[in-house]
Write a protein that binds this ligand. Structure first.
Ligand SMILES: NC(=O)c1ccc[n+]([C@@H]2O[C@H](COP(=O)([O-])OP(=O)(O)OC[C@H]3O[C@@H](n4cnc5c(N)ncnc54)[C@H](OP(=O)(O)O)[C@@H]3O)[C@@H](O)[C@H]2O)c1
Length: 235
């Protein structure tokens, strides 16, 4: 069986953690998850056993000057490039438009848009034909969806990520690499409970991770450049 390499950002908690666990518990995958809060101590850094081959890479993806180190570490772990990159890491400041600071706006754009943009650019040379890039956006960034107060910077950054998806789908088509975007509705994670305390989401991280896993592995044979709304709660 040919091993498939999977790269997931924001794998330390929430949806990314659930997705990382699904791939690392399934046979036939090497999975590398990136997050700032992972330790880079050798013992916890990676697990290599017969059925389990995963790397938790502690790295701040906004540290663009260190991307050569990041790419070297990923290339050392994967025998070949990733067949699936899931740009899942995200940041949400819940803040009314009139209170949102320039720093909050810049950080939101950096994590939700600039990181996927430059990570894709650096990972691309490792990716082969028939690979898939999945950008994780939000219903807030889906044109025409119901909008919620306090999410202007966040939703604008996710809308931009959706349009970036369409642009890259076109530009990467000659390389045989597909790029699609998932606009998630509410999922019960730390990000959601911090922004909306007490709100009960209809979907768990594990349920959303199962969908993303299947979509990431299978949909790109028939889909490229699509922005998919995924919501039980919006509108
Ligand atoms: N939960 C929802 O209802 C919902 C709805 C729509 C869309 N989404 C989107 O789904 C994705 C996952 O959301 P979630 O709810 O699981 O969020 P979460 O619980 O807040 O997790 C965010 C992940 O991103 C990582 N991260 C943030 N900044 C990073 C950086 N600079 N470098 C590396 N990793 C970074 C965090 O790890 P560290 O802190 O360890 O770095 C964490 O693992 C996000 O893109 C979010 O916008 C979520």
């Amino acid at each position: 069986m040919e091993i498939k390499n999977i790269l997931i950002t924001g794998a330390s908690r929430g949806i990314g953690q659930a997705l990382f666990e699904k791939f690392s518990n399934a046979e036939g995958y090497f999975v590398c998850g990136i997050a700032r809060s992972f330790s880079n101590e050798p013992d916890t850094f990676s697990e290599k056993t017969e059925n389990r081959n995963c790397l938790r890479l502690g790295f701040d993806l906004s540290d663009f000057s260190e991307y050569p180190f990041l790419i070297k570490t990923i290339s050392d772990f994967f025998p070949k490039g990733p067949i699936l990159l899931v740009n899942n890491a995200g940041l949400l400041y819940y803040s009314a438009f009139e209170n949102t600071t320039e720093d909050q706006f810049d950080e939101t754009m950096k994590v939700n848009l600039k990181i996927p943009y430059f990570l894709i650019k650096k990972v691309l040379p490792l990716m082969d034909k028939n690979s898939h890039i999945v950008n994780v956006s939000s219903m807030g960034g889906f044109q025409g969806s119901q909008k919620y107060a306090g999410l202007s910077a966040y939703s604008a950054s996710k809308g931009a990520l959706a349009i970036l998806t369409e642009c890259l789908a076109l530009e990467l088509k000659p390389k045989g690499i597909s790029v699609n975007c998932l606009c998630l509705g509410a999922v019960q994670t730390e990000m959601l409970t911090t922004a909306f305390p007490g709100y009960k989401a209809p979907v768990t991280p594990a349920e959303m991770a199962s969908f993303i896993m299947d979509f990431g592995l299978n949909s790109h044979t028939v889909l490229n450049g699509v922005i998919v709304p995924l919501s039980l709660s919006n509108p």
